[in-house]
Design a protein around this ligand. Structure first.
Ligand code: CA
Length: 233
């Protein structure tokens, strides 16, 4: 696996590269947008970590050019915490995911694994709007969670939470990361709220008779698992 790191702050870039190296990923670092595009054109990267604020061509421009040229490597945007609109803009342009700076190494690696799994087909991206994991699928345009011919509509927060679980199926997601991912930096994302939404989602999973189930790891977080049918999940 080879990852391209695009980040003009050298300390951050070096830090990311060290984390990747420790996990056994090969990586290259570039510090500017036009350079990033040149490297991406080689087609050797399985994933690109792309900072938004870059000198010269910014991250959005890089995505725009990359998509126009048919470069297919998944892109995870690195956005500043204060820039909520950047996330939406980035995803609209075709970025696959985003990480808000500052992030911890566990969060970074979880997102990378999720992207690489989608690429390898373990979690299937049915089309750009829909993902599936275990026996359920989730549609980004209708917010519908489905199992077979049964489906149920999710609220915005339920959708964000479910998507995060599905993209990381089988992996325990820490509550702080869930809060950050689903609620962003407004402080509604406390642990109680996460528990409430987990319970909403469980009801909906039961409603569509899904085997996929949300498992609570006490005082740590949540994961999406395949229910063996014995428990009530
Ligand atoms: Ca920057």
């Amino acid at each position: 696996m080879r990852i391209l790191v695009v980040e003009d702050e050298k300390e951050i870039a070096d830090g990311i590269q060290a984390i990747l190296k420790h996990e056994g990923y090969e990586s290259d670092v570039v510090y500017a947008g036009d350079e990033a595009l040149e490297y991406m054109r080689t087609g050797i990267y399985d994933l690109v970590l792309l900072d938004v604020m870059l000198p010269g061509m910014d991250g959005f421009e890089v995505i725009r050019h990359a998509k126009n040229e048919g470069i297919s490597a998944p892109i995870i945007l690195l956005t500043a915490k204060s820039m909520v609109d950047d996330k939406i803009k980035g995803l609209d342009l075709g970025a696959d995911d985003y990480l808000t700076k500052p992030f911890d190494s566990g969060e970074l690696l979880a997102r990378i694994r999720a992207r690489l799994r989608i690429k390898s087909g373990e979690t299937t991206r049915i089309n750009s709007n829909s993902i599936s994991a275990y026996d359920i699928s989730l549609d980004a345009s209708t917010y519908k969670l489905s199992h077979g011919d049964k489906s149920v509509k999710l609220s915005n927060k339920e959708y964000q939470f479910m998507e995060y679980l599905m993209l990381n199926k089988g992996i325990i997601l820490e509550r702080d990361n869930i809060a950050n991912r689903v609620w962003g930096f407004d402080d509604e994302g406390d642990y109680n709220n996460i528990a409430v939404y987990a319970s909403f989602l469980r009801k909906k999973l039961r409603f569509i008779d899904a085997k996929a189930a949300i498992v609570t790891k006490k005082d740590v977080g949540y994961s999406l698992e395949e229910n063996d049918g014995k428990g009530t999940a």
